[in-house]
Design a protein around this ligand. Structure first.
Ligand code: LLP
Length: 431
């Protein structure tokens, strides 16, 4: 069984009466109100994904900690929190976002390969559910900070199972060569040390082998190794009640056929059968990736000598995934093309001064004229969250749709706001 999405994107995004809609709202209506470019998310799509994930594990004690890094808008986090989601955070900033959105601290897991003492202290004061440790020096640091505060840090140790996740090299995290986790062969020593250090309560094993995995095999291999480790530790007198299986389940951007969550769940239940541990998950992309689009307006159609270009008002600073990972995002015209409209290869680019500012090269698209809107699909995860104001472009606004209504959940800033972030040193002040 595959994920069940018939095409890239989500069914909540579709043409209705010749216009691309998010649920019941025409994207052109949002463009008229908000301007372009903008991100648009579907509440129904996010809810549908969360409920499906939760249903797949309804017969087990599980904790679903949404990986906030995928889309960290407070409204998106709150929507998921109201459905029962916890949060997986990797910085004080993300922890503050999760708390501000209303995620109870005891549903928050603090991950990340380099936490500062200040971040560790903040997490302990907040009372997070668990801190995931990624190195021996970090064990010592958490022990020291917890002892100084008179607190006990409940933790899991993230192991590196040395498994090839078969994904883009920049988002594979489970090989020996990667900076993440403690090598699984060295993990028993780390657990023994942790049991002796003051201020620590060791609760579990954690792992996360990469992102956008489209195959169950690597997950299964890694999970089997983690379960073996837990059984070996139990024989050594270190009984652990939690297993954090990370995130990483892929979505459909193009032709991928990622496994269905129900099959993933069946595999997890089989591998962890009889373990008696609470399972924790950190899905990011799977929850929100196909629940968002980036809408841009075509500024120019440029006929180059060798290529034809569709120049958009969105750019790599708004959606960096194509430039960074050669990622494919499906592109659709917001006005439905005529049936049988001829598709011609064209380069879809932004205005930023880099050749890497290309959303798609030689993409077969129906005719799109200057002034027309396009939507880049599957942009709900790692889109707005990775955006910047490079080229002093205003950060792209975000809009959340629910049924027939929409709300701006992050407005476009003004140029005055953007420029006012800089400060002039005294010696450059005007005389
Ligand atoms: N847990 C940990 C410890 C992680 O490092 C990550 C993602 C997740 C959970 C969530 O993974 P997901 O379910 O979203 O695959 N910017 C890249 C993806 C980076 C993923 C980083 N870690 C992209 O746009 O493809």
């Amino acid at each position: 069984m595959t994920d069940g999405e018939a095409a890239p994107g989500a069914p909540e995004f579709a043409y209705r009466a010749g216009e691309f809609h998010a649920e019941e709202v025409a994207l052109s209506r949002i463009a008229a109100a908000v301007g372009t470019p903008f991100y648009c998310y579907s509440s129904a799509a996010i809810e549908r994904r969360y409920r499906r994930f939760a249903a797949a594990f309804a017969d087990r004690p599980v904790r679903i900690c949404y990986a906030v890094k995928a889309n960290s808008n407070l409204a998106v986090i709150r929507l998921l929190a109201r459905l029962g989601a916890g949060a997986d955070v990797v910085s004080e900033g993300e922890l503050r976002r999760a708390l501000a959105a209303g995620v109870p601290p005891d549903r928050i897991v603090f991950s990340g390969v380099g936490k500062s003492d200040a971040e560790i202290a903040f997490a302990l004061e907040a009372g997070v559910h668990q801190i995931n440790i990624e190195s021996e020096p970090e064990l010592s640091a958490v022990s020291a900070v917890a002892s100084a505060l008179g607190k006990t840090a409940t933790l899991a140790i993230r192991v590196n199972p040395d498994v090839d996740a078969h994904t883009h090299a920049k988002i594979a995290t489970g090989r020996k060569e990667n900076k993440f986790g403690i090598d699984i062969a060295q993990a028993p020593g780390a657990f023994r040390r942790a049991a002796q250090l003051p201020g620590l309560a060791v609760a579990g094993v954690a792992l996360h082998i990469g992102s956008q995995l489209t195959d169950l095999g690597p997950f299964e291999l890694a999970y089997r190794r983690a379960v073996e480790l837990m059984r070996a530790l139990a024989r050594d007198g270190i009984a652990l009640g939690r297993l954090d299986l990370g995130g990483g389940l892929g979505i459909r951007y193009r032709h991928e056929r990622p496994p269905a969550i129900e099959d993933y769940a069946a595999m997890v239940k089989q591998v962890t059968d009889g373990l008696g541990a609470e399972l924790e998950f950190e899905p990011g992309r799977w929850m929100v990736g196909n629940a968002g689009v980036l809408v841009a307006r075509t500024l120019y159609v440029k006929d180059g000598v060798a290529r034809r270009f569709l120049i958009q008002d969105a750019a790599m600073n708004d959606l960096v995934r194509p430039a960074l990972y050669e990622a494919w995002h499906e592109i659709v015209p917001v006005r439905e093309p005529a049936a049988g409209a001829e598709r011609r290869p064209i380069d879809v680019v932004g205005p930023v001064c880099e050749t890497g500012d290309t959303f798609a090269a030689q993409r077969p698209l129906p005719p799109i004229a200057a002034g027309e809107l396009i939507a880049l699909l599957s942009a709900g995860a790692y889109g707005a969250a990775m955006s910047s104001s490079y080229n002093t472009r205003l950060m792209v606004p975000e809009v959340l749709v629910r049924g027939g209504e929409f709300a701006v959940i992050r407005p476009r800033p003004s140029f005055a706001e953007l420029l006012s972030q800089d400060r002039m040193p005294d010696w450059l002040a005007e005389r």
